[in-house]
Structure formats: C-alpha cells, structure tokens
Design a protein around this ligand. Sequence first.
Ligand SMILES: [Zn+2]
Length: 286
Amino acid sequence: MKLEQYEHPKPPDADERRKVRPVICYPVDSLVQPDLPSYRAARTGWEKLSETIVPPREASCFDVPAGCFFRIASIEGPQVGDLNLWALHDLHERFYSGKTRALHGTHLSTGDRLWSSLPYLRPMATITEDTLDWYGFDEWGGSVHDVIGTRCDPYTHRLLAGDDYHHCCHSNLTRALADRLDKPRESVEAAVHDVLNVFMCTGFTRDTGQYFMKASPVRPGDFLEFFAEIDLLGALSACPGGDCSSEHSSDAASCHPLLVEVYKPAEPPRGWTSPPRSGYDRSHGP
Ligand SMILES: [Zn+2]
C-alpha cells in the first residue's frame, strides 16, 4: 500500500532520477527460439491420446508424454484455469512461474515457454497457439494468461476473511495430485506451486500497484495449446472464481468445466529434441 503522502521529501534531482530509461533485466535474444512452423506442422495427422474434463471448483491431473501436445479449452462458459506442471518422473522439477515471468513478461502467449525450477531450469512446455492472442493489453494494463498471480488458497482466504473455504485452486490441486499419486494430501501439498493463470485477465493497478482481475474474455471454443518438451504430469483447477469478474475463494461465482486434450503427432517436430537439464555444475564457486 502506498502512503497518502510520502514520508520523505523529493530530492532536487527527483525528476532526473525518474527519467532514467529502464533496461530489460533478462534479454532473451540469446535464447534458442522455438521453431513454431515445425511444431505446428507436426499437428497434421496427430492422434488424440486422452481427454480430461475438469469439473467446476475441482482439479484434475493429466499426463503428457514428451513430444506430444496438450490443449486447455473453454467448453461451456467463461472459466479461468490454474495450471501446475511437474516433470513426470521427478516432482521436484516443477513449473517456475517467477523465472518464466522474468524471461517472458507478465503474461504468456504463443512462442513463450514454461520454465522449470532450479536447479533444472529448462523448458517444460512451449505455447504453440493461443486463440486469445488478439486481446493484447487493455486500457487498464490487463492481459490474459498471467504468471504474476499465485493461486487462490485457503490460507490467504482465512487471513483475509476469517473463515475456511475448501475449493480454492490450491486445495483442488492438492486433492487431485494426492489422488493421482495415491498419497495422503499433506504429503503432496508442498509440491503444489504457483500457476500459469490460464484465460485469467489480470494486471497491476497503475496508482497503487495492486494485483487486479477482471472478467476473462474467454468464450467456449477458445484454447491455449502447448507442446510438451519433457514428460509431464499436469494438474488443472477450474478456479472457484469462474471468469474472475467478481470474487474467488467462494461459491458465489458461476463456474464451468474446462477440457484438456492430449494429442500425439505422427512424427515429432522436425529437428526437435527434448531439452536437457541446466548444464550448471552446481559447485557455486570454490
Ligand atoms: Zn483459483
């Protein structure tokens, strides 16, 4: 929260200091860019491996082998989804929303990659199509598919509202992962992590810098499509906020299911190989 009146007076050179041009923290010119035409060509003749319906205010898990595609689609009405990704054979390697944000910006779209946590740091998935790419940034600074939020959770809800709600995305993801792994909820809860907010429309207010949400522009038929760079275990929660136009962490919003489809191409994309883990030697110096 910003103070109504700043505590400290402006120095004489305040305007000059403010005028310093920003520098991009992580220029990505050196990154190997995904070969989108080759990825997209691999969709011709692909075969559907699975379909998963994520019920409203619940989450479901799905597997995606390396070299396959998955699509998250809106089917019955506007709905936001909270996505977690793990390396199928090692849940320590998981989606790292913070570093993905540092590399690609606050909101993701076609050509951006979902990076894994340290010490792995490799692309887990590449976005190959986004039917909401037309949205861009609106007059409020809002855009879709953010990596600036976290996931709604019962701990923050209790902190702010004082009561308990059990269908926040964090809880939905925890239950889904526990069921998928056949393990107790408390033993898998720590594997649940900050999400890609699929279809959610968010930004930061310009005056106070607060995280905001507004009604998602998603409509049935819209989808976000990914290519799995490594073997993945995914979990998607159909957020209790619905289209996130008013509130989450309650049963107030109108909620809809989401569809996850997994497709296997006849041939992997030309020239594609599954990326290795980071080559850093982990010595951290002498
Ligand atoms: Zn949520």
